[in-house]
Design a protein around this ligand. Structure first.
Ligand code: FPP
Length: 246
């Protein structure tokens, strides 16, 4: 365990707020179905919740927020939904640009960014560049992301370093592998929230959530409120984290 994690092990009143919050934003489709609306309308409402959570993290002094916005498996959805999600993503990034820049938020995409349509990649690259020096909140957006895919890509990079950069196999350990993940240098999430009630991790941050506290709420993502977010943060503060010790 890193000393950073060790210093965050105490629960109870007054416990430190999470440094890193990760969220699986699920339930947009069900939210829309229940209202006889299109799934896309559900995703659009979901984008409003994204805005709310980013603001809340900024205001509450949370250092890292990772949002699961599009998985490697999501490419298998009907083309109309995939295209609409990509369009929504591009519009969101362009619209939020000023707010991110002005509010000291650094945008950091993770995943197979090269698989995204060119207009999304360009919009992302621009905001990444413009927010590069920001230190207030690190916003990691998981796009075309899969945890197994990320670990496989890290393994490939390590194999390449063995072949051509003089890395010796016996030098490879947990820290070396972590340093080749998309999240290199980012502390592991303290808290993983999943909305929509499913009891699974769906290939999200598989390596990084080894000791993460899980909170699953039945609330559908478009209905997730700042109040519920703060209640989860309070419940997190009451948990005692042991990291495998007694
Ligand atoms: C899961 O809901 C959500 C997604 C696959 C996409 C998440 C996208 C957003 C929250 C909106 C856009 C994001 C950004 C960053 C602007 P689902 O469709 O699987 O819902 P269901 O399980 O009810 O069908």
């Amino acid at each position: 365990m890193s000393s950073e994690n060790a210093s965050r092990s105490r629960g109870g009143p007054g416990a430190a707020p999470p440094v890193h919050v990760a969220i699986i934003m699920d339930g947009n489709g069900r939210w829309a179905n229940r209202r006889l609306m299109s799934r896309i309308t559900g995703h659009e409402k979901g984008a409003d919740t994204v805005r709310m959570v980013v603001r809340a993290c900024r205001e509450l002094g949370i250092a890292h927020l990772t949002l699961f916005a599009f998985s490697t498996e999501n490419w298998l959805r009907p083309a109309g939904e995939v295209n609409a999600l990509m369009e929504l993503l591009r519009r969101f990034i362009e619209k939020e640009r000023d707010e991110l820049v002005q509010n000291d938020i650094h945008l950091h995409p993770i995943g197979r960014i090269e698989a995204l349509p060119e207009d999304v990649r360009l919009a992302l690259a621009r905001v990444v560049e413009e927010t590069r020096g920001n230190r207030g909140l690190q916003l990691h957006l998981a796009l075309s992301y899969g945890g197994r895919d990320e670990i496989a890509r890290a393994a490939r990079r390590l194999a390449e370093a063995v072949l051509s950069a003089g890395l010796r196999p016996e030098e490879i350990g947990e820290e070396t592998l972590a340093a080749h993940l998309d999240t290199a240098g980012v502390p592991d999430p303290d808290l993983l929230i999943r909305t929509g009630g499913e009891m699974r991790v769906s290939n999200f941050l598989l390596w990084q959530i080894a000791y993460t506290e899980l909170f699953i709420t039945p609330t559908l993502w478009p209905d997730f409120s700042r109040r519920e977010f703060e209640e989860i943060l309070e419940a997190f503060a009451r948990r005692e984290r042991r990291f495998g010790r007694v």
